[in-house]
Design a protein around this ligand. Sequence first.
Ligand SMILES: NC(=O)c1ccc[n+]([C@@H]2O[C@H](COP(=O)([O-])OP(=O)(O)OC[C@H]3O[C@@H](n4cnc5c(N)ncnc54)[C@H](OP(=O)(O)O)[C@@H]3O)[C@@H](O)[C@H]2O)c1
Length: 312
Amino acid sequence: MKAVVYTKRGLPDKLIYRDVEKPCPGDNEVLIKIVAVSANAADFRSMSMGIIPKKRIFGADIAGRVESVGKNIRLFKPGDEVLGDLARYGFGGFAEYAVAPEKALILKPAKISFEEAAALPMAGITALQAMRDKGNIQEGQKVLIAGSGGGVGTFAVQLAKYFGAEVTAVCSSKNVEQTGSLGADHVIDYTKEDFTKSDRRYDLILAVNGNRPLFAYKRILYPDGIYVMIGGGLLQIFKSILFGWLMSFGSKKMCFLTAKSNQKDLEFIAKLVEDGKIRPVIDRRYSLDKTADAIRYLREGHARGKVVINVG
Ligand SMILES: NC(=O)c1ccc[n+]([C@@H]2O[C@H](COP(=O)([O-])OP(=O)(O)OC[C@H]3O[C@@H](n4cnc5c(N)ncnc54)[C@H](OP(=O)(O)O)[C@@H]3O)[C@@H](O)[C@H]2O)c1
């Protein structure tokens, strides 16, 4: 089969499109013929940190058809259309075929295209778990989403509206219109206004991208408000992990979330898409042999939604 193999520690140029052996499912695995896979910051961040999957193939968010199943598989059969997140199971999505345990997968609703399905898992689940689980989002709350333009941000805006919040979203000028069309009540262009210096206060801040001092975020929280950091610069992430607990003395809480995909949350997100309550925003599409270009584009840090690679 064709796959994109990571050859050496370094930049996306080390991703080589070539023939490799087709994987064979173990007793507890499903073999999937991949139709679409989306790229995530997790792919290039793992590359630059030297965290390399065993088969040297990145790609987590997959959608495709079940080709065959191991003897202990109960939930899926050949021909089923599935989607899933392979990040916790060795990646392997930048390829024509991948194997996964059944807990990594759900059935793809027929109404959702393979491209849309591949765009959902990591970004959708991160936004969901950050706001619903860590942030305990409630109807009527004022929510700030800092970094609304990318994969996670576009889901976060729509999910916050779905949960009934009043949403203020922060992005650059080119994403103002798109963010408004996703339902944000107020959109702040960070090239024109510093949201940390305004008088507005928030019950929940989701820090997706763009680094502001932690004290500045804390200042614009209401008492009992919570700041949930999920992304941005690595230094900022380390600061949130190291100092968040220290800054959480008192009524305002500051924390970091590492999202963990699971079938229940994947089904929740997929159902919202199926019912037309939210939609994945797809910025660019690439073919499998152009995966290095897709990663290079994503690494620039200004994707407008998800970047999808069409495989089959
Ligand atoms: N903690 C977890 O479990 C978890 C899971 C998934 C992702 N993440 C992290 O979450 C972050 C976002 O992921 P993603 O998939 O959404 O990435 P992405 O699609 O590459 O996000 C790019 C977006 O970030 C925006 N951005 C860049 N600089 C900004 C700034 N200064 N202020 C506001 N927005 C800015 C860009 O919008 P503009 O062009 O408008 O600037 C662009 O739309 C990454 O750091 C990723 O590593 C964490």
